[in-house]
Design a protein around this ligand. Sequence first.
Ligand SMILES: Nc1ncnc2c1ncn2[C@@H]1O[C@H](COP(=O)(O)OP(=O)(O)OP(=O)(O)O)[C@@H](O)[C@H]1O
Ligand SMILES: [Mg+2]
Length: 313
Amino acid sequence: MSRFESGGTADAIYRFDVLILSPRRNEMLRIFSFVSEEKILDIIRVENLRHVYKSSSGDKVALDGINFSIAEGEFVAIIGNNGSGKSTLAKHFNALLLPTSGKIFIDGFDTSDEKNLWHVRENVGMVFQNPDSEIVAAIVEDDVAFGLENLGIAPEKIRERVDLALDAVNMSDYKNFSPSKLSGGQKQRIAIAGVIAMQTKIIVFDEPTAMLDPQGRREVLSMVKKLHAQGKTIIYITHFMEEAAQAQRVFLMEGGKIIKNDTPREIFSNVREMKRLGFSVPVAAELAERLRKKNFKLPPKILTADELAEALK
Ligand SMILES: Nc1ncnc2c1ncn2[C@@H]1O[C@H](COP(=O)(O)OP(=O)(O)OP(=O)(O)O)[C@@H](O)[C@H]1O
Ligand SMILES: [Mg+2]
């Protein structure tokens, strides 16, 4: 199946050549050509995705009719209470799990078509919650190189990519260290370096800061923002609302469905509803709401401390 038959994504440039056969010289002559530029920007498209875990104790519907598109270069955060289906969805992006029904297309490639597996994995890097379970080698640089060796890339190219990736996460000084000697935040940065070295267009983070202290959390989030600024498409699952507030778009999951898909400003400024759904909101949004109740005249939809400070001037 070609990527465009699948309703494909990515920027596609078609060139049409009109050719005639020259009778005398027995060759093809191009009489004219034109270029049609079709911008199809969705790098991820999910259609009616449903996932059911089957076990002896019964079936569990973990995803139930999910639909969305993500444009190349977007930064999307996914929030939701425990068991709402976030990790199940994350594992569909690189075909670790396949839909029970429905479809997911990565850069136009249907993940459930086995022929596309290589293209899908080449496009999607994953960073999970527990850095210890992601480290596979005894030395930092070997760990970062691991995925590349599996792709069959030449050794000198691997060295170059590993050095660049370690530099990008500010861990070059540790390249000969044993990962076991690193802090949790440093281990996560090594895991991120491994994904950077793979040069995937999409990076999916499943609660990468859940096991880190505030300093480690800040380091990882700043790495994520840097990767987004460089043009990567980011899917970022988190239980920290302050982190989600920094994305361009937030999906809120509940019971295997996406019940909200909006900007962080729209989602988090609705303080009362978020609380009803069992979520906190960023501190500035919460404080603004409390001040409004005390009759402070504040503009609507305050999200950040800077905006609140400005409004209180
Ligand atoms: N391998 C599995 N077999 C059976 N049920 C599963 C399996 N993995 C997850 N589930 C169930 O599917 C639902 C969604 O789980 P999932 O791990 O996707 O939630 P989550 O939103 O990532 O939760 P958390 O915030 O705790 O990480 C839950 O009810 C969970 O118990
Ligand atoms: Mg999870």
